[in-house]
Design a protein around this ligand. Sequence first.
Ligand SMILES: Nc1ncnc2c1ncn2[C@@H]1O[C@H](COP(=O)(O)OP(=O)(O)O)[C@@H](O)[C@H]1O
Ligand SMILES: [Mg+2]
Length: 555
Amino acid sequence: MKSSKISLFVVFFLMSLSALLQATTVFGIIPIVDFVSQTDREDLSAVSRVIFDFITSIGFSVSMISLGATLVVVILLRVLINFLENYFRFKTIYDYLKIFSVDFFSVVVRAKIPSFEKNSYGKLSNTLTNETQKMSAGMDALMKVVFSFVTVVAFASTMFVISPALSILMAALGLLLFFPITWLANSLKTYYQKKYVNNLNFLGDNTYNILSNIKLVKGFGNEERSIKNLDGNISGLRDSIFRSSLTSSVNATLTEPLIFIIIVVIAYYSQNYLDLGIPLLVAFMFSANRLGLFLNIFFTSLNQYYGYIPSYRQFFEIHSFLNQNKERMKGEKLNELQKVISFDKVSFSYDAKNSVLNEASFDIQKGEKVAIVGESGAGKSTIIDLLMGFQRPGGGKILIDQKNIEEISSGSIRNIMGYVPQKPTLIPGTIRENFKWSKEDITDDEIIEILQRTDCLSFMNKLEDGLDTEIGNIGDKLSGGQIQRLCLARALGKKPNILILDEPTSSLDKKSEIEIKNLLENIQDITILCVTHRREIVEKFDKTIFLDKGKASSI
Ligand SMILES: Nc1ncnc2c1ncn2[C@@H]1O[C@H](COP(=O)(O)OP(=O)(O)O)[C@@H](O)[C@H]1O
Ligand SMILES: [Mg+2]
């Protein structure tokens, strides 16, 4: 971060230096014109006199060759500085691309679970992949704005030294002609680019929804409808980017003729009202021409920058929202469950209208196997979310060994838990990687032992690559029940204090259900909290908590 700030400073320094050297080449023109027109020594302009004196002082005579050589040295110096400037400029913008992306990704993954509901998947992934790129391109545009501005100021100063009257006339004309056009073009650019960003967000959602539910799309025979949706989406995308590009090109095309008009007016004015002399007028016009070139870069880059404003807005809006909703990971560290987890009059609701838990109280003693049963929608998964710190209670307390979990770091609570989510999901990668995801230093022997215990070896043996089998490639070759058992095995691989299962048999047939039941009954030394609506599998548990209308009653 610090080095990127330094290189940003270096870029501005090099840009300004290069801009100043641009202006000095103009001064190189004056002595050449003076030399060619064989101006008398007394009539020489100040610039020519300084350069002629410099050449004589280092032992050369003033000639076309020595004048040319001086110019060439200055130009070579400029080329070198330009190279360095480009080097640092690209380095800076791509460093910032990395900073923007990594920073954004970290606020996303560190945000509290409820804050994910506020931003769609498409918007988040578009911001991460596209908008950050546009932001670094925006930095490039902004640097060019600053650079061309400094160059314009350098030329303007040169021109002011040559003729204040002409310079003021030129500035007045410039403001009059450029201001309204620039304002309009920049506003339009921002407007169309905002539409473009919205279209990209939507495209992200659209493709994600279609691709992650491709069986559903086909199952409902909705291929054509999906294509039509996407087609409409892409049309919107095309229209907004087309109009945005058009405004830039109109803006860029208008700059040149306007500058030409200004130059003609100046030539006319100086010929009729000023007595400038040919060398100075040539230098002035040369400067005006260069100034026009950089003014063009200035307006084009400014217009580009205005196009990136919606990207910055979206980025910082989400960034600051998620940053304010960061999960609190600080607090005391929990090493193990020693005695008891208590829900003490815990109330919770997702929204003002519907209360899910209403002063629910129950205990889970260390080593106990506890089941939570209740109808669908009773709040069973919510209890798990509360215990894992994904949600916070609206009232009451959740205590681990008499300590409120608000005071314990969420990371350390999750560390002692093995979690099997309601929707069994394996992460993309190999089977071994899924276990390493759970416990980094797990060995192959440990994995095999767990796979055996959870009755996964039978189907695992059929896989050619064994632990190296890619989940992505076989996702569909595994049955729901097999995935569920692998999820349970992965959670056990962590050697948790508490095993948390959310409907562990939801995708299992009767036979597998009984196997899981036996497996859970045989697990020793681990506290188990199992949420289910199938009472059969938890009949031998130490305790069953019934959840009804937000209240908990245990037997
Ligand atoms: N993220 C959420 N936003 C709003 N309501 C929710 C959310 N998650 C769950 N609910 C609602 O809260 C209630 C309890 O949900 P849940 O704990 O998932 O039930 P269970 O796991 O017992 O089936 C349900 O009425 C459900 O619709
Ligand atoms: Mg549930």
